[in-house]
Design a protein around this ligand. Structure first.
Ligand code: NDP
Length: 330
């Protein structure tokens, strides 16, 4: 989809001047998670005058978590929302122009790169840093929504610690689910892995790891019907075994690990992704297949997906963008 197809390119700039709905910037950052804000801190300090659009969920996925104990620099831990406010304050301190708004389309067919915001305004940018993140998939149950943050989580490394010595369940049968389940098995008393089919999708090596883990029980052919709980949070889960038999198990935490959806759809016409939609970057860099467009954070990370790794890749994107801008001036 090319949202400029219907535009008369010759008149585009003139109409911009008069209508004010086209704006030219040097550096556009899309996304406001740790990757976007770290890119902004570096870009602002390099005099790139970054403009950052926050997207649908300002602060990104971390704003939905409670305590974050594994982000360096916070010896007593920090809540996700506070961490994101701190990152935002640091980015604005150096002059980042942080704005509400959602990128709704992109045209990377020529230069400058064009990104449409809220289906109305067009930003023309010399460099674009995509830090749009990924969205964890949920089962879509009413009870799941009700207990989000009260025992339902989509991130074991973020929240697993709160279930030390207790019983939890993980739903999913892919590499993420097995990885999260084995991680939780090291912390928790007992972990149930709820798998809807009679086999795991996870790679053989991960399957073997799961089978070797003594306090991990795999419940094949089980579907989640309802998450049970009270005012204190999750107390159990109701499962359907082999399509008919109802089974309740007692748990304190329910982890959803049925995949993530990288927020790359609007760039798909121009930016190469893998089969799951993750943006492909040149190894060891944040470069995409389009020069002047860089990607960082979870939208390009199938593997680590941590706040600190996202922040690190945001730094890389800003440095790559700065070098790219420098090469244009040479
Ligand atoms: P996947 O898409 O690979 O797996 C999703 C799993 O969730 C599948 O088992 C699927 O079941 C199950 N599922 C989906 N919807 C539901 C539902 N509504 N109810 C119950 N179960 C459901 O996602 P992952 O996040 O696991 O992995 C994504 C990619 O990242 C993969 O390529 C993976 O290899 C990679 N990855 C690699 C890691 C590593 O190498 N260490 C770690 C984590 C991820 P079904 O099988 O029946 O479709």
């Amino acid at each position: 989809m090319n949202f400029f197809k219907s535009m008369d390119i010759t008149n585009e700039k003139d109409s911009a001047k008069t209508s004010g709905d086209v704006e030219k910037v040097k550096c556009l950052i899309i996304g406001s998670g740790p990757a976007g804000y770290t890119a902004a801190i570096y870009a602002a300090r390099a005099n790139m005058s970054p403009v950052l659009y926050e997207g649908l969920q300002p602060g990104g996925q971390l704003t939905t978590t409670t305590e974050v104990d594994n982000f360096p620099g916070y010896p007593q831990g920090v809540t996700g929302p506070v961490l994101m406010e701190d990152l935002k304050a640091q980015a604005t301190r150096f002059g980042t122009d942080v704005r509400f708004g959602l990128a709704t389309a992109a045209d990377f067919s020529g230069r400058p790169h064009k990104v449409e915001i809220d289906n109305t305004k067009t930003i023309e940018a010399d460099v674009v840093i995509i830090a749009t993140g990924a969205t964890a998939k949920y089962l879509g149950l009413e009870s799941e929504e009700k207990f989000k943050g009260m025992g339902v989580s989509a991130c074991a490394t973020c929240d697993g610690f709160f279930y030390k010595g207790r019983d939890v369940a993980v739903v999913g049968g892919g590499d993420t689910a097995v990885e999260e389940a084995t991680y939780l098995a090291g912390i928790c008393n007992k972990v149930y892995l709820i798998v809807r089919r009679d086999e795991l999708r996870a790679s053989k090596i991960m399957q073997e790891r799961a089978l070797r883990t003594k306090n991990l029980e795999i419940l094949f052919e089980h579907q989640t019907k309802e998450i049970l709980g009270d005012n204190s949070g999750v107390t159990g889960v109701r499962l359907i075994r082999k399509g008919n038999e109802e089974v309740d198990i007692k748990i304190d935490g329910f982890f959803v690990a049925i995949g993530h959806h990288p927020n790359s759809d609007i760039f798909a016409e121009y930016i190469k992704t893998d089969e799951n939609g993750y943006i492909i970057t040149t190894p060891g860099s944040s470069k995409t297949n389009v020069s002047g467009v860089f990607a960082c954070g979870d939208v390009q990370d199938t593997h680590y997906r941590q706040a600190i790794t996202a922040a690190g890749s945001g730094c890389m994107a800003a440095l790559d963008a700065e070098r790219y801008l420098g090469s244009l001036e040479d």
